[in-house]
Design a binder for this molecule. Structure first.
Ligand SMILES: *[C@@H]1O[C@H](CO)[C@@H](O)[C@H](O)[C@H]1NC(C)=O
Ligand SMILES: *[C@@H]1O[C@H](CO)[C@@H](O)[C@H](O)[C@H]1NC(C)=O
Ligand SMILES: *[C@@H]1O[C@H](CO)[C@@H](O)[C@H](O)[C@H]1NC(C)=O
Ligand SMILES: *[C@@H]1O[C@H](CO)[C@@H](O)[C@H](O)[C@H]1NC(C)=O
Length: 385
């Protein structure tokens, strides 16, 4: 009995301490509680993009567009197995889900489906983030409810929206992540690579502008402010740096400028369907090129396009369809895109950004390796400074 009382007293004490501790932390934004991302001692930071899982109910959800002999034994679980394999093969530092994570229309319980869809990433203990596509909310949860659930899952760095912009920004799932220099280097406390995640919405609700949604003016405004703020910090003491740190932007629906490429003049990869962007051009491409820090945009949405093309110094890259319950092309393997940023060993800033894709075949074949950007004086950074 006595022991029990003592236990309770101790418990109350601990609870009270925890409460005080939380009070102390209260003014600090939640992001400071989360693990900080930085380059590894090998001088690299690797990102795995998973586009369009279209996960539904697991074992009972059949695959679309696989070869006739593959039909009988193929379900959402193949998507799960592919993810576990590619995570094990690449050991990324961050996993990015670029929307249509679940195919809401076929989903019975969106919370269950989302938890199952992200399960291999959660099990890997690798930090991960997700944004939404146009199909995620087609079940019983709204886009806001979906993001509110995602941010509570283990090891995620996703945010519903940035606190400083929450009162004006459109959509749910706009945020920025900063990747600091390698430990023990002079840039260990500076962000040397900036990631932007944006909610490209689902369907237009504007009369006379039907079709898919777009990155709104409020989001572009937030992007521009954030990019300028990050540059000020990058250029400031201690260890002031020149120019901007490179950035990468991830969202779901392609910009209309993705239309500028076909299989022949994309730098790598193929076009096998149209670009299903918004029917209007919201100018985000111009905003990105004008600002100049983002070197590549990564989207999903059009599953059987997987190219990168370079327009006005900005790379436009598709991830390529990942999920088996998503439409695809029978015999054309499901795939994932990997991006690696590499540090300049001497200065500690980013020297190059490369990409390749992994196919879901027996050997997880690597294809279409290419350099997206380098910091050489002849590179795009110098011409914009
Ligand atoms: C899906 O997984 C099953 C069971 O492991 C396997 O037999 C089948 O080949 C996979 N299908 C595809 C298309 O990868
Ligand atoms: C980085 O920050 C840590 C902790 O504040 C500090 O001890 C260290 O000296 C800083 N290093 C550099 C290179 O700025
Ligand atoms: C690529 O080729 C297509 C078709 O020939 C053309 O319309 C487009 O302008 C080209 N794009 C670039 C960036 O050269
Ligand atoms: C930049 O380009 C010039 C002329 O093409 C070349 O001579 C020089 O070696 C290049 N510099 C670097 C660092 O690539």
């Amino acid at each position: 009995m006595a022991d029990k009382t003592r236990g309770t007293t101790l418990f109350v004490f601990f609870r009270f301490s925890a409460f005080l501790f939380c009070l102390l932390l209260a003014p600090v934004p939640t992001s400071s509680h989360r693990p900080k991302l930085r380059f590894g001692l090998n001088g690299e930071f690797k990102i795995l993009q998973v586009a369009d899982m279209h996960f539904a109910n697991g074992a009972t959800t059949r695959c679309l567009d696989v070869l006739p002999p593959q039909k009988a034994h193929c379900s959402d679980l193949n998507t799960t197995v592919f993810m576990s394999r590619v995570i094990a093969a690449e050991k990324p530092d961050l996993i990015v889900f670029t929307g249509d994570n679940i195919f809401g229309f076929d989903v019975k319980d969106p919370v269950k489906s989302m938890n199952a869809a992200f399960a291999p990433a959660i099990a890997s203990k690798i930090p991960w983030v997700a944004i939404l596509g146009n199909h995620d909310q087609e079940s019983t949860l709204t886009r806001q409810e979906l993001m509110k659930h995602i941010v509570k899952l283990p090891n995620t760095l996703s945010q519903v929206n940035p606190p400083e912009a929450a009162h004006y920004i459109d959509g749910f799932g706009n945020y920025n992540l900063q990747i600091r220099g390698a430990a023990e280097s002079s840039l260990q406390n500076k962000s040397v690579l900036n990631l932007y995640f944006l909610d490209s919405g689902d369907y237009s609700s504007v009369p006379y502008m039907e079709g898919y949604d777009w990155v709104k003016t409020s989001q572009q405004f937030w992007f521009e402010r954030t990019s300028k703020r990050l540059q000020r910090v990058y250029n400031a003491e201690p260890n002031p740096q020149q120019g901007t740190a490179p950035g990468l932007a991830y969202f779901h629906i392609p910009l209309p400028e993705f239309w500028s490429f076909d299989s022949k003049n994309a730098t790598k990869g193929v076009r096998q369907e149209g670009t299903y962007s918004a029917s209007t051009n919201s100018g985000f491409f111009t905003t990105l090129v004008t600002r100049g820090d983002v070197k590549s945009v990564f989207v999903g949405h059009d599953h059987v396009n997987d190219f990168c093309g370079k327009l006005k110094g900005l790379n436009l890259c598709y991830g390529g369809g990942f999920g088996y319950h998503a439409y695809g092309k029978a015999g054309w393997e499901r795939r994932a895109r990997v991006v690696v940023a590499e540090l300049n060993k001497k200065k500690g800033d980013v020297k190059a950004i490369r990409t390749w894709k992994r196919l879901d075949d027996q050997h997880l074949s690597v294809i279409d390796a290419q350099v997206l950007w380098t910091s050489s004086v002849n590179g795009s950074v110098a011409s914009r400074l």
